[in-house]
Unconditional design. Sequence first.
Length: 213
Amino acid sequence: MLIADDHAPSRDDVRRALEPDARFCVCASVADAAGAVQAALQERPDVCLLDIRMPGGGLAAAWEIAARLPQAKIVMLTISDDDADLFGALRAGAHGYLLKTMSLQRLPEALNDTCSGEAAMPPSLVARIIEHFHGREPRWRHLAADDSLGERLTSREWEVLGLLAQGLSTGAIARRLVLSASVVRVYIAAIVRKLGVPDRAAAIDLFRHRTDT
């Protein structure tokens, strides 16, 4: 178990909540994103418990750890219930999102559920995720069912194309998806090539035509 939080008392509280439970052994306790990534690569923990508001960014740490240690379960433990942080964490590869307002007595079971393949998340946040995809992204569901184009693009490319169609810039998409701008440009180039269109504007037009029909 890796604990990453820039607030030392919080790290101590989490350690005290977990160590009496024989299912968990804290192998590292660090204060920033760089330390979290380094400790994760060195110790290879089964679970990484990350704060969002730590130096270097918890989302950046989650993204890096998920990419380099895909077997690790990543759970955010944060004070933030903001949608941007919640969805950013899920896009970065988090398997759970817990709030620091929870009773730490429940933390061992929540993390054990994550190790068993379940999502560690309060019901209120689960409801918001469902509302987000049902109420705010109906076109995405329609587009995903479009066989003629859907089989050409990866799910990430569809996501980038959808954000382009919403008017987001390359930089804004990079921030939304926790990617570098150069990686986003690679996705855009792949989208243009796969759809056989001359530029991103034409790709957006095609996207809008397909979702409006």
